[in-house]
Write a protein that binds this ligand. Structure first.
Ligand code: NAD
Length: 343
């Protein structure tokens, strides 16, 4: 399980022990870590995932060791029968299934819309039918678009710049309206650039941290598009999982609210490349290619992103528990191991 302070674990265990929950997209990167944590806290977990980008690697050991605590539906949230099966008897739904990535949505906007918007509506309808109490949704910081104001506060207008962002903003509206119209408690957590162990490094849609990590570990220079002064709020997966667990366990209504989930600090890509190079060194003491290679800036890239996390702090009692350095060190250590076993 992602490492969380013991007093938080004790508090969460009291809230999750024996609770029946569903995680859509539970075979994915963040979903897999969330499932690990829920199982460790004693919850009864049902996962639905079509394995389009997720895989069973993280879930397989649990399915073998704790078959009574975890069930897996290999299916799509667009398939009513599969969804009904996964949501049967649950009181809480963590809805993470999605077609992620902005570039992927530019290639196939209809697919992003179907899964991320229509799929969310299906999940809400099925949650209502199952008489679940709450749906916690994995929304995205891409909702803010390219507005220059920093930090991003939930009260700012949304400005989706891609079909992916639009589908996530539409899903937030569905979440809020299902609360107002049907009394189903919902909350949308806008995750900011989540990274950590098990995040995919291969393929054209991989995120920057796993891509940099693999290049550095292969002795190659990380590639930065532009001058590297673009900045992001990189959020270690343990922090994102913590906020998600706090939202699921929150006492009282969350009433369709949107809440930022980030680290609350921003790091430029140049700084990130150096931090990662440091993490590679301290992990193994070997010399690595440190200086990033610069290529032409990509049009459409958002320049800066930073979460204001006061609402998450005030509403959920969330504060990041693992800093960037430690998160990067754990991520590098995982990639190093993964490379060894794949050889
Ligand atoms: N990783 C980030 O930085 C980040 C940032 C903002 C928001 N999010 C959101 O968080 C969630 C999890 O992201 P992730 O990074 O773990 O991505 P991921 O691709 O690893 O996880 C998504 C999971 O959903 C599954 N899935 C896709 N379509 C499905 C369908 N039709 N039915 C059932 N399952 C389906 C995939 O197989 C995968 O396991 C997503 O909703 C994503 O949009 C992620």
């Amino acid at each position: 399980m992602v490492k969380l302070p013991s007093e938080i674990v004790a508090r969460l265990r009291a809230l999750y022990d024996g609770k029946r929950v569903c995680v859509t997209g539970g075979a994915g990167f963040i979903g897999g870590h969330l499932v690990d944590a829920l199982l460790a806290l004693g919850a009864q977990v049902s996962v639905i995932d079509d394995l389009s980008t997720g895989d069973l690697d993280a879930l397989a050991p649990h399915l073998e060791v704790s078959p009574d605590q975890l069930s897996f539906v290999n299916g799509s949230i667009l398939d009513d029968a599969a969804l009904r099966d996964a949501l049967k008897g649950v009181s809480l739904v963590f809805h993470l299934a999605a077609v992620g990535s902005v570039p992927r949505s530019m290639e196939n906007p209809a697919r992003s819309w179907d899964v991320n918007a229509t799929g969310t509506m299906r999940v809400l309808e099925e949650a209502r039918r199952a008489k679940a109490k709450r749906v916690v949704f994995a929304a995205s910081s891409s909702a803010y678009g390219d507005t220059p104001t920093l930090p991003k506060v939930e009260t700012m207008p949304t400005r989706p710049m891609s079909p992916y962002a639009a589908s996530k903003v539409a899903a937030e509206a569905l979440m809020a309206s299902w609360c107002r119209a049907f009394g189903l408690d919902t909350v949308s957590l806008r995750y900011f650039n989540v990274f950590g162990q098990r995040q995919k490094a291969d393929g054209p849609y991989a995120a920057v941290i796993p891509v940099f990590a693999r290049r550095l570990l292969a002795g190659e220079r990380p590639v930065i598009f532009g001058d590297g002064q673009q900045s992001r709020d990189f959020t270690f997966v343990a922090n994102a999982v913590l906020a998600t667990l706090l939202a699921g366990a929150h006492d009282g209504a969350l009433a369709g609210e949107v809440i930022n989930v980030g680290a609350g600090t921003r790091t430029t890509l140049i700084e990130l490349a150096h931090e990662l190079a440091e993490a590679c060194l301290s992990d193994a003491g070997q010399s690595i290619a440190r200086e990033p290679e610069h290529r032409a800036a990509r049009p459409g890239d958002v320049m800066h992103s930073l979460a204001d996390i006061s609402k998450a702090q005030q509403t959920l009692g969330y504060r990041p528990v693992i800093g960037l350095k430690q998160g990067l060190a754990e991520t590098i250590a995982w990639h190093r191991e993964a490379l060894k076993t794949s050889r």
